[in-house]
Every structure is written in structure tokens, then in C-alpha cells.
Design a protein around this ligand. Structure first.
Ligand SMILES: [Zn+2]
Length: 563
């Protein structure tokens, strides 16, 4: 019954242009500064759609963050990665609000979570408090904004989710307002021949569409000639009034001869479908040019639920001798519209410079599991690892396996297994499977060692190699020296780093007792806060141990004085 109610409520209250039928006072603002966005909901990110809004915090950390409504803390997660320090509040109206990349929590919540961190002897924790444990009023201080986790600058990542489905919903549909009088920017547009015989401007490959701005503000494309099934895609962003950030647009529509073919928007989606973003964008184009083309047609493997209308999967069937008027409407959430008009003429012209498909010895049938023995290494792709069938390029070199290239997206993990029997048991200890980036620098890929085989599970195509890491991590004090008096210090910080395999774990003790050190991988820093523990000794013994991913271990000892 509760769920039905939420759905009905939802149905009646979603405004189409962001202003609206919702009572303005349903949710308060999480910050007491004007909302300026560094990122919008649904924005195209790597392998996912952005599930919230990124609110700018004036290039600073430490801004007070408030609960947007009455509720109780339902989840606290702390990690050096992802959302960093994150807080989830469940509200009685069926929504959960999420606040991420926090610097620290309010004193009450900070005390609650530190107790758990000390119990578990871990900086990384995830807890689900009972609804009666931490009850909050609307507008109550819950945390301070920060830059923790996978954040590249101070901001508040803020989400609203349906508590029942956990689906994130566009927070801007709930009365938060952002000044935005600008139309979305159209950078580029492309036309794709889709069926085997299809062509656009005598090409069997996608072409860039030339367009010019009209007096009324819309864009008019040069007339295309085409035949067969074709589709369109746009590279676009939205800029709002008070910032230069290039944010995601809200909706894209494609209208052909007056008929709505495609309509999708970022009102809501589910986390489980987010990775299908790689079928919405032209993934090969993105990996080559770092430019995201949003397709107006749906690929067969695309399972996204963002479409409100989809006629003929958004594909346009062009016949010889007929004319088509294709319009692409791009909207931001404030209702600003950018319109591209593409005249298309059906014409049976020959394809010039026909580009044949690249062929290799191995062919992937996406729906089936595929197994390859490369001699010294094996690769296993479970069914539906890929979105479509293709010729895969597999190469085995000395200690390396090249799995095609990064122009193809994998939807789920596949396995690479190396035979390491040619290495001594001693050597094997320091070996790991690394993935080479564009500069041939290896990065650690979780390596499972069993006898004479090493296995890794990954979703990234590219080159994998066996790498030996024989150097232990480094540990260096940042703000103190051995034998120093630290009476006026609030914290201790050290730099920890590892050259190859990366840091797996670290631990620290003060006079033999475990202490919490917060890890910030962006600056390779671990920090201890003196507030955590009252030291009754004048002379303190600090001991730190850091282990890398192949279990090379370093330790650091220092003595300091405090009174
Ligand atoms: Zn964010």
C-alpha cells in the first residue's frame, strides 16, 4: 500500500519544467548558500550516469550541511574511494537523501561513527543505524562539506532516492532552484548509417553533420542524402548562469516529420542500469576522442528505462525519393530549448570509399560465453559481457595479453588467467597482474593467486601484463619530526605511497594501541586527530605499518612528546 501511494504521489508531482506543483517547503536546502551546480543529475560520466547533483561550495571545504527534512540516519559509509564520507537520511515521506564527499560529520554523528571505527579498527566502515538511533530535524546540522573519495574538488554531492526502490530521482524536481536562462550548447551532431545497406552522404560510416545558427536561435543542418535505416546523435552540454561548468542536459527528443520518435530524460533511473550508458553514448568514439555523443536511437542491448517515447527504436527508415525533416530538441531542466533541424533526402547513391569491417581470427557472439586459450594465458567472457557480436583481437606476448582495445565496452567482468609456472615461488610473491594505460604504466588489477595461476576479473579491455613489485611502500612524516614536542599539535600526518602495485592496507598504533588514521589517496596522506584519544603519557611511541598489494611491508617508528 505504501508503495502504491508513493507512485501515485510521484506521478502527480513531477513537474515538466522544474518549477512546480510541489510544495516548496517539502525539502529544505542542504546548504545555506545559493545552489550553483558543478554537475547535474543524469550527467554522462564514465560507466555511469551521475546519480545526484554536485553543488559548488565556493572552492572551500567545511561548509555546514543540513538535513533537508525530518528523518533518521539510515546509513553511514566511509571510504577513501567513491562517495568518501557519505551520510544517508531516511525521511518519513518515502525519500532518502544522500550527502557525499563530506569532510566530517556533525559532532554527534562523528562520535557515533568514530566509536565504530575504533571498535572495528578500520577507517573504512559502513553501518546501517536503526531508525531510533540518530534522529534529525529538518535543517539540523549533519556534516561539513568536503572533498573526500572520488571527488576532484570541494563540493557537495547530493541525492534524493526513493526509499522503497533506492532509485535516485532528479533532486531539481523538488523545488531547488538554479538560475539558468541559457539554452543547452550543441557542440556536434552526427548521422549514423545503421542497417547493412544504409548510407549517409555516400558513406557507410557515421558522418559529422554541419549546421549553422538561424536568426531564431535554432540550428539548421546542411541537407543530408541518405538511404536505409539511419540514426542521429548529439554532443551537447548545459551551462547555467552562475558557473562555467559544462553540465548534462535534461532531455533529448527526436521528431521525424512531426512524429515523436525518441524522448528520454533524466527524471530517474536505477543504479543497476547505469552502466548501459555505454550503449547510449557512442563508446568507440568516446574512447578515441573523449567526446560523448548521445544517440537518439536505441541499440538492441540498451536496457535503459529513461525513454518516455521510442518509436522504431529511434531509427529513421529513409526511402529513395522521399524527404524527411528531422528535429532534435535538447532541453535543460529550466525549460531552455536548443533545436537542431536536419533535412534529409532519400537518394539511392553509391557509397564512395566503402569501409569494410575489421576482421580477426576470433569472433565474439555476445549472447554466449566465449573462452579463449592463448597459450600461457586464458580469457573467459561470460555470456552478455559485450553488447554486440564483433571480431575480437586477442594477442599473447611474453607475460602480456592484449584483449582488443578500449574502443569496446564490457558490461560485466571477464576473467584473465596467466600461467606463472615459469616463475619461481619466490618471484611469484612479488608478481601481480597490471593493466597498462596509454603510457604503458601498469596499474594493479586485483590478482588472485592459486598455485601456478594468477587470475584477474575486470571490465576493461586492453593490455594486461605480469609486473614485479619488489619495493616496499614509503612512509614519511609530513608535519612532525622524531623526538619532537607536539603539545600544540591537533593532528599528525604522514605521506604513504607505493610505486607499483599500490597500497593494500595500513595500520597505526600509539603506545601500542590502535589509532584511527584517515586515508586520503589523492594526496597520499594519512592523518591522526589528537582529539581521538587522551594520552596520559608524556612520551609517545608511534608505529605505522603499510602493506602493498603484493604484501611488501614497511614500518615507521617515531617518538614524540606531549603534555
Ligand atoms: Zn557528484
Amino acid at each position: 500500500m505504501k508503495e502504491t501511494l508513493i507512485i501515485i504521489l510521484f506521478f502527480f508531482t513531477i513537474p515538466h519544467n522544474g518549477q512546480g506543483s510541489l510544495p516548496e517547503d517539502r525539502f529544505g536546502s542542504p546548504l545555506d548558500i545559493p545552489i550553483i551546480l558543478a554537475g547535474t543529475f543524469g550527467e554522462l560520466r564514465s560507466n555511469h550516469f551521475h546519480a545526484g547533483i554536485d553543488i559548488k561550495t565556493q572552492q572551500r571545504q567545511g561548509l555546514a550541511v543540513y538535513s533537508i527534512a525530518d528523518g533518521s540516519v539510515s546509513r553511514i559509509k566511509i571510504s577513501p574511494w567513491g562517495y568518501g564520507k557519505a551520510l544517508y537520511i531516511t525521511h518519513p515521506n518515502g525519500y532518502t537523501s544522500v550527502y557525499a564527499h563530506l569532510q566530517k560529520f556533525s559532532p554527534e554523528i562523528e562520535a557515533y561513527i568514530k566509536k565504530i571505527q575504533y571498535q572495528k579498527k578500520s577507517y573504512e566502515v559502513e553501518v546501517f543505524p536503526d531508525p531510533s538511533e540518530i534522529i534529525l530535524r529538518r535543517g539540523e546540522l549533519i556534516a561539513y562539506s568536503g572533498n573526500t573519495g572520488g571527488s576532484s574538488g570541494p563540493h557537495l554531492h547530493f541525492e534524493i532516492r526513493s526509499t522503497a526502490t533506492e532509485m535516485p530521482i532528479n533532486p531539481m524536481l523538488y523545488g531547488f532552484s538554479v538560475a539558468d536562462a541559457r539554452n543547452p550548447t550543441l557542440l556536434k551532431a552526427y548521422a549514423y548509417p545503421l542497417s547493412k545497406q544504409a548510407r549517409v552522404n555516400q558513406s557507410n560510416e557515421k558522418i559529422a553533420i554541419k549546421f549553422t545558427k538561424q536568426p531564431d536561435g535554432s540550428f539548421l543542418a546542411d541537407k543530408l542524402t541518405a538511404l536505409g535505416e539511419i540514426g542521429f546523435g548529439v554532443n551537447t552540454y548545459d551551462r547555467q548562469d552562475k558557473a562555467i561548468n559544462q553540465n548534462g542536459v535534461y532531455s533529448v527528443k527526436q521528431i521525424v516529420n512531426g512524429k515523436l520518435y525518441t524522448d528520454y530524460n533524466f527524471e530517474t533511473f536505477s543504479f543497476s542500469e547505469s552502466r548501459y550508458i555505454n550503449t547510449l553514448i557512442d563508446y568507440a568514439h568516446f574512447s578515441t576522442y573523449r567526446e560523448r555523443i548521445q544517440k537518439c536511437f536505441r541499440e538492441p542491448a540498451n536496457q535503459l528505462s529513461i525513454y518516455k517515447t521510442l518509436y522504431n527504436d529511434g531509427k529513421v527508415e529513409v526511402r529513395d525519393g522521399l524527404s524527411y525533416n528531422v528535429e532534435i530538441h535538447i532541453n535543460d531542466l529550466a525549460g531552455n530549448l536548443t533545436k537542431l533541424i536536419i533535412p534529409v533526402e532519400g537518394k539511392n547513391e553509391a557509397v564512395v570509399n566503402f569501409k569494410p569491417q575489421d576482421q580477426t581470427a576470433d569472433y565474439i557472439i555476445a549472447k554466449k560465453p566465449n573462452n579463449f586459450d592463448l597459450g600461457g594465458a586464458k580469457v573467459y567472457f561470460p555470456a552478455n559481457t559485450f553488447y554486440e557480436d564483433f571480431y575480437i583481437d586477442l594477442k599473447k606476448g611474453k607475460d602480456t595479453v592484449t584483449i582488443h582495445d578500449n574502443k569496446v565496452a564490457a558490461h560485466q567482468n571477464f576473467t584473465i588467467t596467466f600461467d606463472v609456472s615459469q616463475y619461481s615461488q619466490e618471484d611469484r610473491k612479488q608478481l601481480f597482474i597490471g593493466r597498462l594505460d596509454e603510457n604503458f604504466t601498469p596499474s594493479y588489477s586485483s590478482t588472485y593467486k592459486r598455485g601456478t595461476t594468477f587470475t584477474t576479473r575486470t571490465r576493461n579491455l586492453g593490455t594486461y601484463t605480469l609486473v614485479k613489485d619488489s619495493i616496499a611502500p614509503t612512509i614519511r612524516p609530513k608535519n612532525f619530526k622524531n623526538k619532537q614536542w607536539l603539545s600544540n599539535y591537533n593532528y599528525l600526518s604522514l605521506t604513504i605511497a607505493d610505486d607499483l602495485s599500490g597500497i593494500d592496507s595500513y595500520s597505526a598504533t600509539l603506545n601500542g594501541e590502535w589509532i584511527l588514521m584517515e586515508y586520503e589517496p589523492k594526496t597520499n596522506t594519512i592523518t591522526y586527530n589528537f582529539d581521538d584519544m587522551i594520552l596520559d603519557k608524556k612520551e609517545c611511541e608511534l608505529n605505522i605499518e603499510v602493506i602493498d598489494n603484493v604484501r611488501n611491508k614497511s614500518s615507521f617508528n617515531a617518538t614524540f612528546f606531549r603534555k
